[in-house]
Design a protein around this ligand. Structure first.
Ligand code: FPP
Length: 238
């Protein structure tokens, strides 16, 4: 049970509504993604200032490969530029960058810049910024199940040893705490294959605000709402 009034230590965000933001303004979809990258910068800085343990951002889902090639290419370029340009800011703010998802299937230049940013920030002791890239929640669970099956076959672990705690160790980030708060921008009420295992008891907050408009004031609103909630994890009020 968590008392009301606490700030979340791990926030996960489904950054949705970039396309709609652009469309409302008569811009190409990409302008929405570009402005969305500005929100990523501001929200990351704010969360680090608040000494959050982790911020996990859904930056590219496995399903996003279904988009037109041109949009995918531009998104990958935006991501690469972000990784290069933000390196200094990440280190200045003592942030440790990590990633979850099938990273090896991303374009090589993106993988390279990601590796450099992760390596360069690995000794930072402040907030963890985790980018979900080519990420799918079901795939994460399937990948874990495959590894476990392999280890059972090799005799490294027994069937009895497969518990919720051991299963968690096989997920993409074995030492990641479950998100306390999941924010979704753009107003849709769904989880879109994001962190399916990890959000079992996560508080969800959905805002109609599109991601490119989501800035410090909206984050404060989400945090205020979170602190009003009492988390019982299936238990009863004491
Ligand atoms: C969803 O909006 C957003 C994405 C698919 C990509 C998220 C990418 C960014 C916020 C920018 C770059 C990220 C980083 C980490 C630098 P949508 O296109 O599905 O919006 P719609 O639902 O209005 O069409």
């Amino acid at each position: 049970m968590t008392e009301k009034g606490h700030l979340p230590s791990h926030i996960a965000i489904i950054m949705d509504g970039n396309g709609r933001w652009a469309k409302h303004r008569g811009f190409a979809r990409f302008r929405g993604h570009r402005e969305g990258a500005e929100s990523v910068r501001e929200i990351t800085r704010e969360c680090a200032k608040k000494h959050l343990k982790q911020l996990t951002l859904y930056a590219f889902s496995q399903e996003n490969w279904k988009r037109p090639q041109r949009e995918i290419k531009l998104l990958m370029k935006l991501l690469k530029d972000f990784l290069i340009k933000e390196r200094k800011e990440i280190n200045d703010n003592n942030i440790r960058m990590t990633a979850i998802g099938r990273i090896s299937e991303l374009p090589e230049d993106v993988q390279r810049e990601l590796a450099i940013t992760m390596e360069g920030s690995k000794n930072n002791t402040g907030m963890v910024l985790c980018l979900a890239l080519n990420y799918g929640g079901r795939t994460e669970i399937v990948d874990a199940a495959r590894e476990i099956a392999k280890n059972v076959r090799n005799g490294k672990i027994s069937l009895e040893e497969i518990t919720e705690d051991t299963f968690k160790k096989y997920l993409y980030m074995s030492n990641m705490s479950d998100p306390d708060l999941l924010i979704r921008t753009g107003g849709d009420m769904r989880v879109s294959n994001f962190l399916l295992w990890e959000i079992s008891y996560t508080e969800i907050w959905v805002t109609p605000v599109c991601w490119p408009d989501f800035r410090k004031a909206h984050l404060e609103e989400a945090l205020k709402e979170y602190t009003r909630r009492e988390r019982r994890f299936g238990g009863l009020r004491e």
